[in-house]
Structure formats: structure tokens, C-alpha cells
Design a binder for this molecule. Structure first.
Ligand code: ASP
Length: 410
């Protein structure tokens, strides 16, 4: 049985298990004290193992990626293409989010005065920008500050190109480290079916079907938006740049999309994203090792779309009219906010406070959304990761760095 089939079975069984067993767990001691905690442990071990890979994998692959471009000018060219595609797709995502928020009107008629909770405040945008420069790169590595790691790794990789023979030796060493990290990734992926089963079972048990009802429209808007964005924008990129069928593409990246859905972390999914894009889509190592870690850190189409929907939801719920001007402002702030969103579970909710504040909306609205945030986070993270893969494929195709692949398996 292929790994993908096992992961899919784990996913479906996990949902069914969670919905069926969740309600029974309240009364049944064995379920409550043993089965659910065991699932929690399995899920957490899987997540931790994925996280274990991130810092060494990202650092070594970016150094090698930056250095393997050979000519620093072509790194600049790939960099610019990547950034433009990331920004444009993100802006389109927010527009889709706002459009669906206006259409579905999730917050109209809600009485939330008593339900408003407290929300944590986001960082000012200038701080977010200044924070990408590391003052101590070792500290950035220890704290897994991804943007700082990327900046330092880019310097390191490019500088080693200028350092002659010695630089080559350093790159060789990092190349070997990256190879070892990939092989650890493949080992850990064998645990994915069990990890996925446990994580999704716990979420389904916790939220149940009935709890979804009050916020069903927000959930529907975010999920529908994510599907529309993937089908229209990513299919478009694949057809235009790669001249391939969208089905080929979605099949190739589905492990990454599903893993993102259950881990709710772009960073944790990164090893799988890189493996899928290289193995199944045939994107070269030099493009994927640059475009994907950067994307996992700054490209958050799903988060941006979610912020569009939620801003309207909060405005409607509090009876505040959002002008077109205010909605254009949301496009700008949500784009920047999504760049500053860390690829970890729930980060988008914190950035939502920033978007709400700059749109003049009550940040208590974020407290309201918090109750269903995990469900929204699953969809948006999946879109975040899928978006990175589409841009990686498009950039690779435009650079002539997309090779033919035979089978779509990890
Ligand atoms: N969980 C998301 C991610 O890792 C970020 C977010 O919360 O929006 O991509």
C-alpha cells in the first residue's frame, strides 16, 4: 500500500473516529483517560519529530540553494520572480476572502456583545520588518526564527560563492547535511499515517459536528475561498507556466496539503513540501530549496484569505459598515500581516488583531473567532503550503528547472 493511501486512510478514519468516539469520551473512563491521551501523545510525537527537522533542514538547504544558483544574478532573478508571484497570489486571496465575506455575510444578525473574548495584540508592521535581520544568527537558529535564518543562510550561501575553494568545501558539507536531513524526513514520513490519524481524531472529537453550527458560515466561507483560490489561481499558474494539467499538480502535492491541514503549521510541513515538490513535480533542488522555505515563512495565501473573511465577519457581527476604502486598506495590511505570520498553528489569529485594529474594528472580534480558529487554521495552512508549491513549480518551469517525473509518489 502506498504511503499516500495510508495517510488518506488515517485521515478519514481519524475524522470518523473523532466524531463517533468524541461524544462518548465524556462518560467513558477508558476512552477519556487512556485512548484520547494516547492519541494526543502519538500526535505530539509526530509533530515534534517534524519540527526537529526544520532548523537544520532549512538552514542547510537554503545555503546550498543560494550557492547552487551559481551566478548571484540568477538568484536575484529567481528571488524577484518568487516574491512577485507570492505577493500577487496573496493579494488575490484576500480579494476572494473579502468577496465571499460580502456575499455570504457570515456575521449578519449575530448577537456577540456578551460573547466577545480577549485577543492578544499583534506586533507593529515596522517591527515585523526590522525583525527579519538577525543580530546574532546562532540565537535565530536556537529560537527557530525562520525569517532571520533565511536572511543569514542567503548571505552565507551567496558569500561562499565568492570564497573560492574554501567556499566550495563549506557548500559540500552543507550539501551532505541537507541530504541526511532529507533521509530523516523520509523515515519520519513513515509515521505520518498514525500521526495524521491521531491529530485529526482529537480535533474532530473536540469540536464535534454540533459545535460547528454557529460559525458554520465563517467556516464555509473560508473553506470555499480556499478551494476556489486553489482551483482558479494555482491551476492557472500550473497551466500557464508549466503547461501541465492541474490534476497532475494536485496529485503531486497532496501529501503536503494534507500534512499542512492536520499539523496546521507551514514550517512543520516544510520537509514534506520539499520532498513532494522535488519527487512528484520534478522541481530542481536549487529552486525548491530557495522558494519553499521562503514560502513557508512569508507566503500565506490561506491566512490572508481568512483575514479578509474574518474582518468582514467581525464588522458584520458588530454592526460596523466597512467602506470600499477600508476594504482596500485590509488588502494592504493583510498582505503585510500574512508575510509577518509565523508558520505555526494559530499565528494567523494573532495577526488578525493587527488587521482588525488597522481597519478600525474591535479586536475583541479575534477573541470570537478564536473558538473555531483551529478549524479555520487547518484550511488556511493547507492553502498556504499548496500556494508555495504552485509558485515553486511556476518559477522552476520559467527557469527551465522542471524535470519530467514518472510516478506521483513520495
Ligand atoms: N498556521 C498557519 C501556517 O502555519 C499560519 C496561520 O495561523 O495562519 O501556515
Amino acid at each position: 500500500m502506498s504511503l499516500l493511501l495510508k495517510i488518506s486512510i488515517g485521515f478519514v478514519l481519524g475524522i470518523v473516529f473523532g466524531f463517533v468516539v468524541g461524544p462518548m469520551a465524556a462518560e467513558n473512563v477508558a476512552l477519556k483517560d487512556y485512548v484520547m491521551p494516547l492519541l494526543d501523545v502519538v500526535g505530539r510525537i509526530f509533530l515534534t519529530l517534524l519540527k526537529m527537522l526544520i532548523v537544520p533542514l532549512v538552514f542547510s538547504t537554503i545555503v546550498v540553494g543560494a550557492a547552487s544558483v551559481g551566478d548571484p544574478r540568477s538568484l536575484g532573478r529567481i528571488g524577484i520572480k518568487t516574491l512577485v508571484l507570492y505577493l500577487v497570489t496573496t493579494a488575490v486571496a484576500i480579494v476572494i476572502g473579502l468577496a465571499l465575506g460580502n456575499l455570504i455575510q457570515p456575521g449578519v444578525g449575530m448577537n456577540i456583545a456578551g460573547a466577545a473574548g480577549k485577543a492578544q495584540e499583534g506586533k507593529p508592521l515596522l517591527e515585523v520588518f526590522l525583525d527579519i535581520f538577525p543580530s546574532n544568527p546562532l540565537d535565530s537558529l536556537v529560537k527557530a526564527n525562520m525569517l532571520q535564518i533565511i536572511v543569514f543562510a542567503l548571505f552565507f550561501g551567496v558569500a561562499s560563492l565568492f570564497a573560492g575553494e574554501k567556499g566550495k568545501r563549506v557548500i559540500g558539507a552543507f550539501d551532505a547535511i541537507a541530504e541526511v536531513m532529507y533521509s530523516i524526513t523520509h523515515m519520519i514520513m513513515n509515521l505520518a499515517p498514525y500521526g495524521v490519524f491521531s491529530l485529526i481524531a482529537i480535533t474532530a472529537a473536540k469540536y464535534g459536528l454540533s459545535i460547528l453550527a454557529p460559525f458554520a458560515k465563517v467556516i464555509a466561507a473560508v473553506y470555499l475561498g480556499c478551494i476556489l483560490h486553489a482551483v482558479i489561481v494555482y491551476s492557472g499558474l500550473i497551466v500557464v507556466f508549466c503547461k501541465k494539467s492541474p490534476l497532475w499538480y494536485f496529485r503531486g502535492v497532496q501529501e503536503a496539503s494534507i500534512t499542512a491541514f492536520v499539523t496546521r503549521s507551514s514550517s512543520a510541513t516544510l520537509p514534506i513540501t520539499i520532498a513532494s515538490v522535488q519527487d512528484n513535480l520534478g522541481v530542481s533542488e536549487s529552486v525548491s530549496s530557495f522558494v519553499l522555505p521562503l514560502g513557508a515563512t512569508i507566503n500565506m495565501d490561506g491566512t490572508a484569505l481568512y483575514q479578509g473573511v474574518c474582518a468582514l465577519f467581525v464588522a458584520q457581527a458588530f454592526g460596523i459598515d466597512l467602506s470600499i476604502g477600508a476594504q482596500v486598506g485590509i488588502i494592504l495590511t493583510a498582505t503585510l500581516a500574512s508575510i509577518g505570520t509565523a508558520g505555526v498553528p494559530g499565528a494567523g489569529l494573532i495577526m488578525l488583531t493587527l488587521v482588525l485594529t488597522s481597519a478600525g474594528l474591535p479586536i475583541e472580534g479575534a477573541g470570537l473567532v478564536a473558538g473555531i480558529d483551529a478549524i479555520l487554521d487547518a484550511a488556511r495552512t493547507s492553502l498556504n503550503v499548496t500556494g508555495d508549491t504552485a509558485v515553486a513549480a511556476a518559477v522552476a518551469a520559467s527557469e527551465g528547472q522542471l524535470r519530467e517525473t514518472k510516478t506521483a509518489k513520495l
